[in-house]
Ligand binder design. Structure first.
Ligand code: C2O
Ligand code: CU
Ligand code: CU
Length: 494
């Protein structure tokens, strides 16, 4: 039933987004370097370059340009911030002021979204247009009470989001805070991996994207971490490694494992959990982040972080369509891959550095005053024109408010995926706690802003709309789905 319906849409719907041809223009400026992450340039391996705040201020410009960059030995037409893919690591502390000038040297409009920050939607405004050739300065303060988070920044200009992110525009954004002050965390080595796929036949605003790949959500065959295939990450013997992971892929879901080696979850999208939890598999949907602590307590050697196949739904259908579908650029069937390799480093430490027992308490939110239902599905909303992805039967229309909420109110959002494809759900501005999945209570509390939702699954999110009134959005973080209408506006009123 669903399958037939989906196929019909594939045939009926013409691709809505015209691809853009991107002019190669001047390069970005040289970023100031920082102590924590500037061990190497992204081109020579290791960690991406970081730009940190000084004396409470992070002032910089980010210039978006199109350029050729070699990824996994292949020269690709990409989009970059300050000449880097992924973009520079921005590092701030709670209470800091950020003054960031976005310079648009692309041939299409763009903007910035600060995914993971609790700041006003008047600043973190996805409806803002920074036209080709223009610049815009974003200025805001990270609230003093903000948790320490691994966030990221990426463009959010509707209809261009998937292609601009897929072409390389995304960078990490680290907020340091209370979690960083825990003694064991302070002694840990740090590394960061931005997970991102590339597809030579599709980069550079290519016209090659088939309708099927666009509906599925484009994916690339080159799986990278920090723009490299299987980079080495140093793990101090008897020490601790704090590893930050960001899924900056436009559509790909990673199911990560570290075979024969322990790793512990310490933080999710919006910061620390109450205590380290040993993990077997870490599922990371587009937009999700995680922080792990890895003790260097095993036999010294190399240990691979692998991604095991994850089916977003419809693989079977694509498979049944035969070679033609499998050859379409942008369609990648679930596969096994090595993401990065942990490499033990000798250290003077005789006794192992122990994991912290406690992290930061995750306060439960009070019982909700309001319950709402959000049904994710595939279909046509005539009032929105032909798009094909809906939330409560509606596709995104610029300026149309879909949900009205009150500031300081607590709500339970029951998200029901009636579709045969996974649709990871993301809320801007505010964080939430996942209360239930498919009717079962979640095993532990955590602060999130993006949640994996598989085909036909449902989750219940508990949200308190805090501090900021105004209009913001929620959407599927498979960015092709967002561009095709799977997004709504929530108006937070005082
Ligand atoms: Cu990561 Cu609406 O975004
Ligand atoms: Cu976001
Ligand atoms: Cu989706």
């Amino acid at each position: 039933m669903k399958r037939r319906q989906f196929n019909r849409h594939l045939i009926d719907l013409a691709a809505a987004t015209a691809s853009v041809s991107l002019l190669s223009q001047c390069s970005g400026e040289t970023p100031r370097k920082n102590a924590r992450y500037d061990t190497a340039s992204p081109r020579t391996g290791g960690q991406p370059i970081a730009i940190a705040s000084t004396e409470g201020l992070l002032a910089l410009s980010l210039t978006a340009t199109s350029q050729t960059q070699t990824i996994a030995g292949k020269p690709l037409n990409l989009l970059a911030y300050n000449g880097q893919v992924p973009g520079p690591v921005l590092e701030v502390r709670t209470g800091d002021v950020v003054r960031l000038t976005l310079v648009n040297h692309l041939s299409s409009p763009t903007n910035l979204h600060y995914h993971g920050l609790h700041i006003s939607p008047e600043v973190d405004d996805v409806f803002r247009e920074v036209a080709a050739g223009e610049r815009y300065t974003y200025e805001f303060q990270i609230p003093k009470t903000h948790p320490a988070v691994t966030g990221w920044y990426h463009p959010h200009y509707h209809l261009q989001v998937a292609s601009q992110v897929f072409d390389g525009l995304a960078g990490p954004l680290i907020v340091r805070g209370a979690l960083d002050d825990i003694p064991e965390i302070r002694q840990a080595a740090e590394a960061l991996l931005v997970l991102k796929d590339f597809e030579p036949k599709l980069q550079g605003g290519s016209q090659n994207l088939s309708t099927l790949a666009k509906r599925w959500g484009r994916e690339g065959r080159l799986l990278t971490a920090n723009g490299q295939q299987n980079p080495m990450v140093k793990l101090p013997h008897n020490g601790l490694l704090r590893l930050r992971l960001i899924n900056a892929s436009a559509s790909g879901v990673y199911q990560l494992r570290l075979p024969d080696h322990p790793w512990f979850l310490i933080a999710t999208d919006r910061g620390a959990i109450a205590e380290p939890i040993e993990l077997e598999t870490l599922l990371l949907s587009p937009g999700e982040r995680a922080e792990l602590l890895i003790p260097g307590s095993r036999e010294p050697g190399n240990y691979e972080i692998v991604s095991v196949p994850y089916d977003r739904g419809l693989s079977e259908m694509i498979e049944s369509m035969g070679e033609a579908a499998r050859q379409m650029p942008g369609i990648v069937l679930p596969k096994h891959a090595t993401i990065a390799t942990l490499q033990y480093q000798p250290s003077d430490r005789k006794a192992p550095l122990l994991l912290p027992q406690q992290l930061i308490p995750v306060e439960p939110l009070p019982e909700p005053e309001i319950h709402r239902e959000f049904v994710l599905d595939h279909g046509i909303d005539r009032s929105a024109g032909s798009t094909g992805f809906t939330i409560n039967g509606q596709s995104f229309v610029m300026g149309r408010v879909n949900t009205h909420v009150r500031l300081n109110q607590v709500e339970d959002w029951h998200i029901i995926n009636r579709a045969s494809m996974a649709h990871p759900f993301h809320l801007h501005t505010n964080r939430f706690q996942v209360i239930e999945r498919n009717g079962q209570p979640e095993p532990f509390r955590a602060w999130k802003d993006t949640v994996a939702i598989g085909s036909y699954e449902s989750v219940t999110l508990r949200i308190k709309f805090e501090d900021f009134a105004g209009q913001t959005v929620y959407h599927c973080h498979i960015l092709d789905h967002e561009d095709q209408g799977m997004m709504g506006i929530v108006d937070i009123q005082t």
